[in-house]
Write a protein that binds this ligand. Structure first.
Ligand SMILES: [Fe+2]
Ligand SMILES: [Fe+2]
Length: 374
């Protein structure tokens, strides 16, 4: 059994010094090489024996959309205006909820908070972009490595979905926002770990359950919060694809985990925990603070305590925790993962809706088509 140090490379989960020491040291690299392990598996068993995956595959074929023509790209986006309008609509006037006396924010006024809001948008959308490319690569890998024909069929549709997601976020960043950020080091570490692992089900656990489970929750949060109509629609469409992707993970792993032994399940629990912490760490946005004249460690300490931040962070786990429960990972063995999620302060989501079936209600593309043809 692995210790916290073996899993995370640090003894304490909340060791800020160690978290901030993980940085992207090669921000100018254009190509990033990762050793992709695992066997490419042919199957000669073409029987369509997995109806739940078959149903998902049919839905995916019907719900394809075109990133270039199905979104209102002519929408004018004034980024500063959007930052202010979002703050007003959501009743969050920057910084005022923090007691800034004696902190690095003491002298920050509206101008600084506005500049931060703009950078924060650039950063958030950039990380979505990089995460989507991770999903593209992981899912192409699943096509090769998963032994079931129904899963290969479905995964092939997800590869197309992910290409479209990379395309929309890249276009939105280029045409509507004001700058890109390189990939966050915690996210990069996690994506590398997922791709390097030779076991096909680990790609699913890392990507479909953890990264995409978090993405679905994060997109939903921002989709509700933003006042910018193009981004709202873009996220709505991306979410209808993501809900299928997470369902793909839940359906596949539910079947496969039945075959695994106790120690094998424990390794999956540890991997889920590692992924959860890496994703939480990435949301500290250390690269954004780096661009302002502030002590990053001091700032991150304050931000971690802000009540609003806590709500956002925990909401991100609202899909992951019920899905882990559905897969039996929460309580397997001695309930190790339940204990870890309790320490991370996210266990309260265990009975929220899991994503095994949610894709039918989130399928906005089909709903729009039906409305248009009625
Ligand atoms: Fe995606
Ligand atoms: Fe996805």
């Amino acid at each position: 059994m692995a210790s916290t140090h073996e899993i995370l490379g640090r003894h304490e989960v909340d060791d800020l010094e160690a978290i901030l020491a993980i940085t992207n040291t090669d921000v100018d690299e254009v190509e990033h090489l990762v050793q992709s392990n695992g066997d490419a598996i042919f199957t000669w068993d073409y029987d369509r024996s997995r109806p739940a995956l078959g149903k998902l595959y049919e839905r995916a074929k019907k719900s394809q959309w075109n990133a270039q023509t199905d979104l209102p790209w002519d929408t004018d986006v004034d980024q500063e205006h959007v930052v202010l309008a979002n703050a007003l609509a959501n009743n969050t006037t920057f910084g005022t909820e923090l007691d800034t006396k004696g902190t690095p924010f003491e002298n920050w006024g509206d101008e600084e908070w506005l500049a931060f809001g703009v950078q924060s948008q650039n950063w958030t959308l950039s990380q979505f972009l990089h995460g989507e490319q991770g999903a593209l690569i992981c899912t192409a890998k699943v096509v090769e490595t998963v032994p079931w024909i129904d899963a290969k069929y479905y995964a092939a549709t997800q590869v197309m979905d992910e290409a479209r997601h990379v395309e929309v976020f890249a276009k939105y960043l280029d045409e509507k926002l004001s700058g890109h950020y390189p990939i966050n080091a915690h996210l990069k570490l996690l994506l590398d770990d997922i791709i390097e692992d030779p076991r096909w089900d680990m790609t699913y656990l890392g990507m479909q359950i953890m990264v995409e489970g978090l993405a679905l929750a994060a997109f939903g949060f921002i989709q509700q919060m933003t006042t910018e109509p193009l981004l709202k629609q873009l996220l709505r469409y991306v979410m209808s694809d993501e809900a299928r992707h997470v369902a793909f993970g839940v359906i596949s792993l539910q079947e496969y985990y039945k075959e695994l032994t106790g120690p094998e399940i424990r390794e999956r629990q540890e991997f889920a925990f590692e992924a959860a912490v890496r994703m939480r760490d990435r949301f500290l946005q250390q690269e954004v603070w780096d661009r302002f004249d502030v002590d990053v460690k001091e700032v991150v300490k304050i931000v971690m305590q802000a009540p609003e931040r806590q709500v956002f962070q925990t909401l991100l786990f609202s899909k992951i925790v019920p899905n882990c429960k559905k897969l039996g990972l929460l309580d397997a063995g001695d309930g190790w993962l339940r204990q870890r999620f309790t320490e991370l302060g996210v266990i309260q989501f265990e009975d929220w809706t899991d994503t095994g079936e949610e894709y039918t209600t989130l399928d906005e593309v089909s709903k729009d088509r039906e409305a248009a043809s009625a």
